[in-house]
Design a protein around this ligand. Structure first.
Ligand SMILES: [Ca+2]
Ligand SMILES: [Ca+2]
Length: 173
């Protein structure tokens, strides 16, 4: 709007702005304490917290507990953790707190669409497992998978920062 009003007396646009999702031009970006994995930004909280406090910790960093929009995103995180020999368990934003048996990502309200449940999970064990974490669920597990656990359980947590956007402004001088 600003650009068009400034340019109203001219035959061409004095300014042109463009918006892109992501870091369009790979601009050097200070993202600490978030780590860039596959062009998304994550923070790995090492202090074990229940799911609610974990969410608060992420919000305090202007982020949310991690949501896996795609299998590719899950695999990228799992690969990163494996590369550093990390076999800890981490909270995600997934839960069925709203409706038993319906698993949504709390940060987006969208239903879980990836198939990474550990064998025989989610089992809502003892009728009280409503929050989803990722980890090596069984002693025989060979990879990161998802499982439901009581939300009061204490786990590390992964925060996901909003996707950056690039605004470019082209100016005729
Ligand atoms: Ca449940
Ligand atoms: Ca379970």
């Amino acid at each position: 709007m600003l650009a068009s009003s400034l340019a109203s007396s001219m035959a061409y646009d004095k300014y042109t702005t463009n918006f892109y999702t992501g870091n369009h031009d790979n601009v050097a970006l200070k993202s600490d304490p978030f780590i860039n994995i596959n062009n998304r930004y994550y923070y790995f909280g090492t202090d074990p917290q229940n799911w609610y406090v974990a969410y608060e910790k992420c919000r305090a960093l202007s982020s949310e507990l991690v949501t896996f929009d795609s299998l590719e995103e899950f695999e990228a995180i799992a690969k990163y953790l494996k590369a550093r020999g990390d076999r800890n368990e981490y909270w995600t934003s997934g839960n069925d707190l709203g409706r038993e048996g319906t698993y949504n990502w709390f940060s987006t309200g969208k239903q879980l669409s990836i198939s990474k449940w550990a064998p025989n999970q989610p089992d809502n064990s003892a009728g009280r497992e409503n929050c989803i974490h990722m980890g090596y669920i069984y002693t025989y597990s060979k990879d990161f998978e998802l499982n439901d656990r009581p939300c009061e359980s204490l786990f590390r947590y992964i925060c996901e920062a909003p996707e950056p956007e690039t605004i470019s402004i082209v100016v005729w001088k």
